[in-house]
Ligand binder design. Structure first.
Ligand code: ADP
Ligand code: MG
Length: 285
């Protein structure tokens, strides 16, 4: 079994009036099946309201399925006795960096999670050191998080999750509030943790460029998995993506248009270099 396995997971938000009568039912997840292998870097895409955050909250047992089953490292997240185990295995990073920082000194913030878990003091400091170095924030350890940029704050938040030594990190649009530099810092930090520490990463994003290097991409629509595959497979389906109100990376779009005009180019071009290499050599003589 993969580290995350969703089996026919459905979730309904139910709104009730004062008398507890059901006023409204919103189907946010509709029979989602999804498997993530240990050590993978996967992305979940989808327009607003497609169910991405609802799914993310299931991985951390903040929500449990209305129907179906979700396993995190083999643990059924609906098992109330094991909620803390699930949370320890799957750490969450949210959109707003300001809501995730608790302490007034960077290193204390990073140590907060392991301290809460009852990790011995010596080991807390080892973990804090390792995590801050891993995200490139070691030199800011004695400073105040308030003075950091958005991207730096998110990296501190990632270090805080790392210090709890999860097997898996779920990042729900962690770059949505950041400038382009902050965005690439955060994405690079996540890739590095994946590569060097083998942490499974589930990145939820609507920036197509952030998806290019993923092992696998899932596209959600109306609470369902509408498309899945490697980035190349998914981005080959430009028309389908557009129907799902998603843009594709500019370079993919350009390659797609050139192909439609009759140029001999493979589908699913993801980077500038791939396009350059795929373009027919002009006849110079
Ligand atoms: P995404 O993260 O892809 O934007 P969400 O998981 O936040 O999607 O939302 C999926 C659906 O569930 C949407 O229709 C949204 O309006 C609804 N929804 C999300 N949170 C709540 C909530 N707390 N109560 C009722 N409906 C909700
Ligand atoms: Mg969301």
């Amino acid at each position: 079994m993969g580290i995350i396995k969703a089996k026919d997971v459905s979730y309904q938000y139910v709104r009730r009036d004062e008398d507890d009568n059901i006023e409204d039912i919103n189907i946010a997840l509709d029979k989602v099946n999804l498997d993530v292998e240990r050590g993978q870097f996967i992305c979940i895409l989808g327009h607003n309201g497609s169910g991405k955050s609802t799914f993310a909250k299931h991985i951390n047992a903040l929500l449990t399925p209305s129907e179906g089953t979700l396993y995190v490292d083999g643990i059924d997240t609906s098992d109330e006795d094991r909620v803390m185990d699930v949370r320890q295995k799957a750490g969450m990073i949210f959109q707003n960096p300001d809501n995730q920082i608790i302490a007034s000194i960077v290193e204390e913030d990073v140590g907060f999670g392991p301290e809460n878990m009852g990790v011995p003091t010596d080991e807390i400091w080892e973990r804090v050191t390792r995590s801050l170095k891993a995200v490139g924030m070691w030199k800011y350890r004695e400073g105040s998080p308030n003075k950091l940029s958005g991207g730096q704050k998110q990296r501190v938040a990632i270090a805080g999750v790392m210090a709890m030594e999860p097997q898996c990190i779920v990042a729900d649009e962690p770059t949505a509030m950041l400038d382009p530099i902050g965005r690439s810092e955060v994405i690079e930090a996540l890739h590095q943790l994946n590569r060097e520490k083998g942490v499974t990463v589930i990145l939820i994003t609507h920036y197509m460029e952030e998806v290019v290097e993923a092992d696998k991409v899932f596209v959600m629509d109306q609470g369902k998995i509408a498309l899945k595959g490697t980035p190349k497979e998914v981005f080959s389906r430009v028309d389908d993506l557009r129907k799902l109100s998603l843009d594709v990376p500019q370079v993919t779009m350009l390659a797609y248009e050139l192909k439609k005009e009759g140029l001999d180019i493979p589908s699913g071009i993801l980077t500038r270099q791939e396009l350059i290499d795929a373009l027919p050599t002009p006849p110079y003589n």
